[in-house]
Ligand binder design. Structure first.
Ligand code: SER
Length: 338
């Protein structure tokens, strides 16, 4: 019998942490790529760890030769704030890197004859509302609305959704033997993610996780957006559940390439108040960075996730209160006490 493996890129990142643990619990053989070595606790869970770039075609060829991959979680990316400082590097990693991975998946599918399920986390950054007034009027934004991102990262994500759709359905459509369908591309548009175990770096939704982790560590925090700022968020365990669920659902149930996901849409002040109640010594202030604020103001306050719920049964376990009371606060407390 074939030993199928799952490939995780950006494995050492926020989503990678939770995902690798879950895949290992499910007994999967895991191969990883990250530009930095995995933390030892994660490293122990994987069959093979490659330290290198996703744009290194030689490295991908080696993986192709050594492993039979039937599932890819392509998590590696430069987030939205960082990408604004280095847009060309962002394009290299976020777009050219994704193109390399799609080619890799296509060739894997060709070599072992089974479509490679390719999970791609896109983002609310794929949206771009022109101003705050439009954002407040927009209500729950559907997947096909406001696809005019203002950030390099958002443009990269939206384009890669299309690249994935191209590989899945139209790849080399003029060739004599058309070979589309080797890649079974599936994509979610994540809201801001909040993990109790890690803090993100280089994102613009980072104010939420940063506020919580700073309070737990007893450090003051100056939130870089206005108290009334509202975007959707989700607790990390729900994000991992969603990726795994979408990976396992029969292809014929899917009616879209990219699915909105959401769990709760608190104002920044709601997060601050809840954190302040849990950690009474927390010092949270608001010092607005107008430029980062503009980015968050271009993202929807709420998204419509009806398609994900209908097509593949997405149903987050954590609403705002449960996320804080049952996941974030107890886990973070324990983490910093340890
Ligand atoms: N969390 C991401 C960022 O802030 C958005 O998907 O860049």
């Amino acid at each position: 019998m074939r030993a199928w493996s799952v490939l995780v890129t950006g494995a050492n990142g926020e989503i990678g942490h939770g995902l690798i643990t879950r895949l290992a619990q499910a007994g999967r053989s895991i191969v990883t790529i990250d530009i930095v070595p995995l933390e030892p606790a994660l490293s122990r869970l994987v069959r093979r760890e490659f330290v290198g770039s996703i744009t290194d075609v030689r490295l991908l060829e080696r993986i192709l030769a050594e492993f039979e991959i039937d599932l890819v979680f392509h998590l590696a990316a430069l987030l939205s704030t960082r990408s604004e400082f280095t847009p060309v590097t962002a394009h290299e990693v976020n777009v050219e890197g994704t193109l390399c991975l799609l080619e890799f998946a296509h060739h894997e599918g060709e070599s072992h004859g089974r479509p490679v399920v390719f999970l791609y986390p896109s983002s609310i950054a794929a949206y771009g509302l022109p101003d705050l007034e439009t954002k407040m009027r927009a209500k729950r934004v559907r997947e096909d609305e406001w696809n005019t991102p203002t950030t390099m990262y958002g443009c990269n994500k939206l384009y890669c959704e299309h690249l994935g759709r191209y590989y899945a359905r139209h790849y080399k459509q003029l060739a004599a033997d058309t070979t589309a369908g080797r890649v079974d591309f599936r994509c979610v548009r994540f809201p801001g993610l909040i993990s109790a175990l890690t803090t993100p770096s280089g994102g613009t939704s980072d104010y939420a996780p940063e506020m919580i982790h700073a309070a737990a560590k007893g450090e003051p925090y100056a939130c870089f957006v206005r108290p009334d700022t509202r975007i959707p968020f989700m607790a990390m365990p729900d994000a991992i559940d969603a990726l795994q669920l979408l990976a396992s659902v029969p292809r014929e149930r899917l009616t879209r390439t990219a699915y909105n996901l959401t769990a709760f849409s608190p104002a920044a002040s709601d997060i601050g108040d809840t954190v302040g109640r849990a950690f009474p010594h927390a010092t949270i202030t608001f010092e607005v960075d107008q430029k980062r604020q503009r980015i968050v103001d271009s993202w929807p306050a709420e998204v419509d996730d009806t398609a994900a719920r209908r097509d593949w049964g997405f149903a987050p376990r954590y609403d705002f209160s449960r996320a804080f009371d049952e996941y974030l606060i107890p886990t973070i407390r324990e983490r910093y006490l340890a």
